[in-house]
Ligand binder design. Structure first.
Ligand SMILES: [Zn+2]
Ligand SMILES: [Zn+2]
Length: 454
């Protein structure tokens, strides 16, 4: 019997965490934290695991919404065996430590959940077992009642360094969990490579299910549009703020800037980066010949860039034009991009270029559809601010277009599809279109706390 229970991340880009039970072996697919919510609200509902048997955790990739709550889970299940790709483990070591500082404040006053320490993270990271792409590992939980063990393998998901879709094989049946998946190449990452097999159950993300694919232009077209728009600003002496996620988008956009510069398509200006993004870039560099990627000889940290930490006065962006890559990508409160945005909004010659996914409740979303001369309220309690700078939106997506997700159904030929990691509209579009095309496929929309039993 197969049992599936979402603990979080069923209908948003949130605390992705899904429990799967195969004849008594309990597996958790991902263990994320909500990127925008705070405190206990941000965690998956671990209480749903009470009275359940959990043996293994499989991590698809190191974004916070897929790994961020792992230390809290380990407090509850100290003996759980965690497995990820080698690169995910390397990234986790950086990002979990970084998140610990932020979470400490959030959980300081919580009387049930205690924040975790850096020592705990060291132990957790050390305990993570790694698997190469395509390597098959056997797992048998303590209460496993079947004869065969469960077999798992990671498949390159093309999303960020180390990202994987997870194939779970058990007694002739196959389940594929996409994690976050991207089929066409980005600047660095090559597209996903699906397992070469028919599956019985497909568990898929639906991030861009509600986004018209015409918006999601090709990487190449967006690069040209980006260069043109950037040159207009830079040539007038203005600076550009590009809010980016520290993991993935920072490296992709940095590589894009370098490529545009090499092609002489971009005005020669200073680049600014900082914090964790720079640390993660080192891992991209170190793994460049190991993973499936483009520009293998290009080293991100060899590209001349000024550390944002060394910028004492924002006036220097006025004096000399530059391009600033700062996290977070959604300009979440108290992050570098949020602080810089406040300064940027005031500057007439400047621009903010949004380049990735933006959650509807984030400050990034507030400025998305605004123009110069309008006012914006970045957060619930902040004063409305006049927008003097230019706002542009680009689609350098690290998730698949909805047609690509439909195409995946063509390739994997599942009998059932479980939809998650997307809002109601996204799941509806994909669900409806799968049904229209393949009437025989059984569809499941997922909901936190609701069992799907097969
Ligand atoms: Zn992701
Ligand atoms: Zn995600």
């Amino acid at each position: 019997m197969i049992k599936f229970l979402p603990l979080g991340g069923a209908d948003d880009i949130g605390a992705s965490c899904y429990f799967l039970e195969l004849d008594g072996t309990g597996i958790l697919l991902d263990c994320g934290i909500h990127p925008r919510k705070k405190g206990r609200e941000a965690l998956p509902d671990f209480s749903l695991l009470d009275n359940l048997n959990l043996d293994f955790v499989l991590i698809s990739h190191a974004h916070q919404d897929h790994i961020g709550s792992l230390p809290f889970l380990v407090q509850k299940f100290p003996h759980v065996i965690i497995t990820s790709t080698v690169q995910t483990k390397e990234i986790a070591e950086i990002t979990l430590h970084n998140a610990a500082n932020i979470l400490k404040e959030q959980f300081e006053k919580d009387d049930v959940i205690t924040p975790y320490s850096h020592e705990e993270i060291d132990l957790i990271v050390k305990s993570i077992r790694t698997a190469e792409y395509l390597e098959v590992n056997e797992m048998k939980g303590l209460r496993h009642i079947g004869k065969e063990p469960v077999k798992i393998s990671f498949h390159d998901a093309g999303h960020i360094l180390g990202s994987a879709g997870i194939l779970i094989e058990y007694e002739g049946g196959k389940i594929f969990y996409t994690g976050d998946i991207k089929f066409s190449s980005q600047q660095i990452m090559e597209g996903a490579i699906l397992p070469d097999t028919k599956v019985d159950i497909l568990i898929t993300e639906t991030t861009y299910g509600a986004t018209d694919s015409e918006h999601l232009s090709t990487w190449e077209n967006e690069s040209k549009r980006f260069a043109n728009a950037a040159n207009k600003i830079l040539n007038k002496g203005g600076s550009i703020l590009v809010p980016v996620f520290a993991l993935g988008k920072t490296q992709e956009i940095m590589a894009l800037l370098k490529d545009l510069q090499d092609k002489r398509a971009l005005t020669d200006v200073e680049f600014y980066t900082g914090g964790v993004g720079r640390e993660i870039s080192k891992l991209y560099d170190r793994n460049r010949y190991i993973v499936n990627r483009q520009f293998k000889d290009m080293e991100l940290n060899e590209i001349p860039q000024i550390d944002l930490y060394d910028v004492e006065d924002y006036q220097m962006f006025v004096k000399k034009p530059g391009i600033v890559l700062a996290s977070s990508g959604m300009m979440i409160e108290n992050t570098p991009s949020f602080r810089l945005a406040k300064f940027w909004l005031n500057q007439r010659n400047f621009a903010i270029f949004l380049v990735g996914y933006v959650d509807v409740d984030s400050p990034g979303f507030q400025i998305l559809n605004k123009n110069q001369g309008e006012t914006v309220q970045l957060t619930e309690f902040s004063e409305p601010a006049l927008i003097n700078c230019q706002i542009e939106r680009f689609y350098f997506a690290s998730h698949s277009k909805r047609e690509e997700l439909l195409n995946m159904v063509d390739v994997l030929r599942p009998d059932r599809v479980i939809l998650l990691h997307g809002d109601f509209e996204s799941k509806s579009w994909l669900g409806q279109n799968i049904l229209d095309k393949y009437g025989h496929i059984k569809m499941h929309s997922s909901e936190v706390g609701s069992w799907i039993i097969i």
